[in-house]
Design a protein around this ligand. Structure first.
Ligand code: AQP
Length: 327
């Protein structure tokens, strides 16, 4: 039976990209045979931390979101990354067999520099810790969005370097992308990848006026509705595609391509998007509100999850220490 593992950073409010690229997949996959591990990557979030209180709040928010969206602790192990400190030890062992060149090629690191983010050493070595997270649980599959595929490939490389030096210790993981390409890379309000650190997100549980304001900020141009357009090139359409049935989406596209008096304007598309988002997350929003009243339940899930995850990671850590001569 495969081991499936993934994680999400508590580095800001979870957005539609995190939902379609990660959480929705994770919740769906829990019904497949296998062992399922999902963690809240709080060590990783320290690379962009805005203080202790906010980090604690974000960790709580990710846990609430997973549970509200339907992750079942009886089927999947949900835990905090920092409850398994063995991963930092493994990251060091991997660092010692990994060349600088591999990390220097990381797209995500280069994108962050291009956005003016001042990097710490932690941000640069992020792929090492991510590889340790993946390898610690002998993961076979890592469900992620497209932006994280390179990091999973790096974990494959690092496992290969270590095994090459010290013998077979780590299992080779494979990335697993959402079936629909549109879900693997969700655009943000500005049309770039939706990302917590780019300020271009729509929070999963946003609603009412706040949601309307976010949607209102989606980039459009000044072309009139009557002008025929390619719907695939419009950010409101790229987002609508994620929520509408294939049939309804095709109807909107047809009207946009045709142009003329019957064509919808950007305002119509945004209104439909707002309705679709409100509706899609209505049940999860209500469940989240219920869970907020029961923090002890959420904490219990994380504590129990950590116990299972830590036992697993310790065994891998011991194997790795033994192999390289530290035991
Ligand atoms: N725009 C996106 N489209 C599809 N999938 C996405 N993911 C993130 N953005 C999109 C997927 O969400 C999972 C968790 O990501 P993360 O929080 O660990 O880090 P990230 O990929 O770097 O996400 P952000 O929002 O861009 O976070 P920051 O700005 O803090 O670095 C991953 O599976 C990712 O693929």
């Amino acid at each position: 039976m495969p081991t499936i593992l993934s994680g999400v950073q508590p580095s800001g409010q979870l957005h539609l990209g995190n939902y379609f690229g990660a959480l929705a997949q994770h919740v769906a996959l829990q019904h497949e045979p296998g062992e399922h591990f999902y963690f809240i990557a709080d060590y990783h979030a320290l690379t962009t931390s805005k203080g202790a209180a906010e980090l604690r709040e974000r960790v709580r928010d990710v846990a609430l979101s997973y549970l509200a969206l339907g992750l079942d602790p009886a089927k999947a192990v949900l835990f905090r990354q920092s409850d398994v400190p063995e991963v930092t030890e493994l990251a060091w062992l991997l660092a010692c067999v990994t060349g600088m060149g591999l990390l220097e090629r990381a797209h995500s690191y280069k994108d962050k520099l291009a956005h003016g983010i001042r990097p710490s050493v932690g941000l640069f070595t992020y792929p090492l810790l991510m590889a340790a997270d993946i390898l610690a649980y002998d993961s076979d599959q890592v469900p992620v969005g497209k932006d994280q595929v390179q990091h999973v490939e790096m974990a494959q490389d690092m496992a290969g370097y270590f095994n090459g030096a010290y013998g077979e210790v780590f299992k080779r993981p494979e990335a697993r992308l959402p079936a629909a390409a549109a879900e693997a890379k969700v655009p943000g309000l500005d049309g770039e990848k939706m990302s917590k650190s780019y300020g271009n997100t729509i929070w999963i549980f946003e609603s009412g006026k706040a949601l309307k304001k976010r949607i209102g900020a989606i980039v459009t141009d000044s072309r009139p509705p009557e002008e025929p357009k390619d719907p695939e090139g419009l950010v409101p359409c790229q987002l609508l595609k994620l929520f509408l049935s294939a049939e309804e989406y095709a109807q909107w596209c047809e009207r946009i391509r045709a142009g003329g008096p019957g064509a919808p304007g950007y305002g119509h598309l945004k209104l439909r998007l707002q309705e679709a988002i409100e509706q899609h997350f209505a049940a999860a929003r209500a469940e989240r509100e219920r869970l907020v009243q029961h923090p002890e339940q959420v904490e219990r899930v994380l504590r129990d999850g950590a116990a299972v995850a830590r036992a697993r990671a310790r065994a891998t850590r011991d194997r790795a220490l033994q192999a390289c001569g530290l035991r």
